[in-house]
Ligand binder design. Structure first.
Ligand code: ADP
Ligand code: 5RP
Length: 430
């Protein structure tokens, strides 16, 4: 039997799911990052150093694959990997990171926004302090850049560890670098950038790249002809896992962050609000990614507390608490402002009331996001599928439904890794 492996590198951990041709799960493995390793921004004082992230990711990748039962592992025909979007690495000629990776929500790009605005067209997706282009331009101003050869996204670098072909990415990960997903090329304004490194060559997500190396096949117990396919981003993988196929259907990822994706016949981009469109076949995944989400909840509650306290919330009652839940200043969508302050006061004594306020406030941000997408011309919203850790909270689903006013339906699978496994399967079946 031929199996297909999807590997999801999210914020709080990584997960791998192997499926058969019918989409039936044959194996699931996971690897949790600890606080200092997770993608959530270090506390204001940066007390939790995020050093050697790339080494941790490599450990996680090999652990996830080796944890798959050998009789399943030996039948894997294709692998695809998704990472968090605009998490990037600077590498030398051998593909070794020469600096710490810059994570998706790291807004150090604020220091080069004048340069970004100077080179990119007005209101372009890259005009964001967290865009991959902003991070690249920031790196060009650092001494370490003298030793740089490749600029890669997290998913590209992890796939490279399996196939050893450097400098290959997919057009989902490349969007925030400035890649033109309509013309399927780098725009002239980006190609004319005088920088001494190679931008990754861009292929369609899921496209077969090449087989795993002999060393990887032997060390990880994979078939020698196991093919590594181009990847995608975590929120698009979640959309693929939902089973949504018609314009108007949407997926909300309630993971460490809140990310919405609305399948639309029309493309919508507006950097002012952090709205951008990914290409999906001949349609558009219109959406945005907020820094609000589960990582803020985890600051106050364990997963078990979330489950128990949520059961005590009356979802029919409105919470009068109006928060903007963030771990630290800065959001990307629906308010694209790197200085936006968190709003988490007043904090009631009763933890149930406080949690109710948090869940309702994140639901309001989600609803505001979908309203904006439709206001700018995206296909009207008809239904929402939920992915991520928050998908398992029925109280939150009821609260969100009251705001969204469209059905919130169970997805085919809530895990991004499942969507990435589908990508690998389709990649080698086409
Ligand atoms: N019952 C729950 N209700 C709401 N949120 C939850 C619940 N259980 C877990 N979470 C949240 O889910 C998040 C992890 O989801 P996950 O999809 O693994 O995120 P990511 O891949 O972005 O790290 C955590 O931030 C946690 O707070
Ligand atoms: O928030 C994130 C991490 O979970 C990413 O930014 C998320 O993947 C959204 O980016 P994209 O829309 O490009 O997939």
């Amino acid at each position: 039997m031929e199996l297909y492996l999807g590997i999801d590198f999210g914020t709080s951990g990584a997960r791998a799911i192997a499926i058969n041709r019918e989409g039936i799960i044959q194996s699931e493995t996971q690897y949790a990052f600890d606080e200092s390793q997770a993608g959530t921004p270090a506390p204001q004082d940066n007390s939790a150093p995020q050093d050697n992230l790339a080494k941790i990711w490599q450990q996680a990748l090999f652990f996830l694959i080796q944890e798959i039962p050998s009789q399943v592992r030996s039948q894997i025909k294709a692998i695809s990997i998704n990472g968090t979007s605009s998490t990037v690495l600077l590498c030398d000629t051998a593909g070794n990171p020469i600096d710490e990776p810059i994570l998706y929500n790291d807004a150090r790009g604020i220091e080069v926004m004048d340069k970004v605005r100077e080179i990119a067209p007005p209101n372009h997706t890259v005009i964001s302090a967290t865009s991959s282009l902003a991070k690249l331009l920031w790196w060009t101003q650092q001494p370490v850049f003298a030793n740089a050869k490749y600029f890669l996204h997290q998913a590209d670098w992890l796939a490279f560890l399996l196939h050893r072909r450097l400098g290959i990415t997919d057009y989902h990960n490349a969007l925030k670098l400035g890649y033109d997903v309509e013309q399927l090329c780098y725009p002239k304004w980006l190609e004319n950038l005088e920088i001494s490194i190679q931008l990754p060559s861009v292929i369609a997500p899921g496209t077969p790249i090449c087989e795993v190396t002999t060393e990887i096949a032997n060390n990880l117990g994979l078939k020698r002809n196991c093919v590594v396919c181009a990847g995608t981003t975590d929120s698009i993988a979640a959309f693929l896992a939902s089973g949504a196929t018609s314009p108007g259907e949407a997926s909300t990822s309630l993971g460490s962050t809140l990310v919405i994706k609305l399948l639309s016949s029309t493309r919508v981009d507006d950097a002012k609000y952090g709205i951008y469109s990914h290409r999906l076949g001949n349609l558009w995944l219109v959406g945005g990614a907020s820094n609000t989400g589960g990582a803020v909840l985890r600051q106050f509650f364990t997963d078990t507390e979330l489950e128990n306290l949520s059961r005590e919330i009356d979802a029919k009652k409105e919470s009068l608490l109006d928060y903007y839940p963030l771990l630290k200043a800065g959001d990307r969508f629906p308010i694209n402002d790197p200085n936006l302050p968190p709003r988490l006061e007043p904090r009631p004594e009763n933890p149930v009331e406080f949690l109710h306020g948090l869940l309702a406030s994140i639901a309001r941000i989600e609803t505001r996001g979908y309203q904006l997408l439709q206001q700018f011309g995206a296909t009207p919203l008809t239904r929402v599928y939920t992915a991520g850790g928050g998908a398992k909270n029925p109280t939150w689903t009821k609260i969100r439904h009251r705001y969204l006013q469209v059905p919130i339906l169970p997805p085919v699978n809530t895990a991004a890794a499942y969507g990435t496994a589908l990508l690998a399967m389709r990649g080698v079946s086409n």
